[in-house]
Design a protein around this ligand. Sequence first.
Ligand SMILES: Cc1cc2nc3c(=O)[nH]c(=O)nc-3n(C[C@H](O)[C@H](O)[C@H](O)COP(=O)(O)OP(=O)(O)OC[C@H]3O[C@@H](n4cnc5c(N)ncnc54)[C@H](O)[C@@H]3O)c2cc1C
Length: 440
Amino acid sequence: MSKIVLFWHRRDLRLHDNAGLAVALQSGLPVVPLFIYDREILDQLPSRRDARVTFIYDEVERLGRQTEQAGGTFLAFYGRPLEVFAQLVQHYEVAGVYTNEDYEPYAAVRDAAIAELIKPAGTEFRVFKDQVIFAKNEILSKSGTPPRVFGAYSKTWLAALRDEHLVPYPSTEHFVESNLMPLAEAAPRPTLEQMGFERYEQFVPAAELPAAALVSNYHNTRDKPGLVNSSTRRSVHLRFGTLSVRELMQQAKELNPKLLNELIWRDFFMMILWHYPFTATESYDPRLRLVPYRNNEDEFRAWCEGRTGYPLVDAGMRELNQTGYMPNRARIAAAGFLVKHLLIDWRWGDRYFADKLLDYDMSQNVGNWQWMAGTGAVAAPWFRVYSPQSQQEQYDTTFDYVRQWIPEFGTRDYPTPIVEHKFARERAIATFRAAYQAAG
Ligand SMILES: Cc1cc2nc3c(=O)[nH]c(=O)nc-3n(C[C@H](O)[C@H](O)[C@H](O)COP(=O)(O)OP(=O)(O)OC[C@H]3O[C@@H](n4cnc5c(N)ncnc54)[C@H](O)[C@@H]3O)c2cc1C
């Protein structure tokens, strides 16, 4: 059998505008695309009924059908990546494993181990930048260090942007029979049931660019969670790569600088996690690692269930629990309330969001949680405590959002506030200040 190149899809479940796939298809060797349902990740999920696994499964099957229609074979495995590649390089003559970069701490360690594992078989491991515009060390401050403040980062990012950064990669054009390898004896792809999962579908908008009218008006609507189509709802597609970030960036660049700015935040948090993997579980700011959080479990449960008596927080949490999505403004209110008003460790909230969000992405979640807690690589000081009531009045003036998710709002059945705002604000500031000063 002739030599092949394996293309490993991870956070890039699409054929079009796929950086690594485009290079693999132009390598001169036939390509076999594959996906691994990684047990290191799946075995840790709290439920076997997970909308993200269902979403991934459907997208992998779609890629499988597209590959077969083009004359190739798409492999899928349920296992541990190291074991899967150990077998693949034994079974086939694999010249290279090509894949797109993944900046999470687990992925960095896993990829390094796979590169070492396959080297003795003469197989090279090649990675390509695909899910961000600028990665790793591409945006640095004048002193050569990663900017710790978003303002400086985005200024440098915008100055560095050239048209070519947003040009799509020609992966679809090269996805043709002559560049693919059909494998006669390939094992069938595992089904959801065989992997022990139940189907669980949640609403996800189509993996296409949002309407131009929505994007043009985005800056006026994005902070109004009660409006239909207030924001793009494309986060889940950026997370799994069913939409190319270059396409969305191009549209944002043409139509709306505010949307472009939000997408730069996404690059920023990916860069931060890559540089500082410890921030996945530790405060970026060392002076805020020993905040004496109260961590009251009853209050945490009330927050999780949307029973705090603060309607924007509760509506957001109920939407999250029912749909796997929460608008950004509600995420801000809910996160700020948990850390500051209830004095519960941001990592508890980060974990809860990780279990529930369809668009959960470690870099974005940790970055935003630390931003709200005031502990992160951001200029959001720890003494900022938003009033959830004022936020409600400002962003859901008509109470449309609140009524949509809290049917008993305005009746006796809706709880009274779990804590009084002024008291909680002063307590939070005193607690954070003491921790900050104690750390010197
Ligand atoms: C506490 C907290 C946790 C969050 N956790 C996640 C997460 O796990 N995954 C995730 O993708 N986003 C997360 N966000 C960021 C943001 O809330 C979502 O990206 C956004 O709500 C998704 O909806 P959308 O696609 O309609 O966003 P839009 O407003 O339409 O924005 C378009 C895209 O820009 C990016 N973006 C927008 N806001 C932010 C932001 N604050 N930070 C970084 N990127 C942003 C996203 O990729 C988003 O899809 C979190 C925000 C907070 C405050």
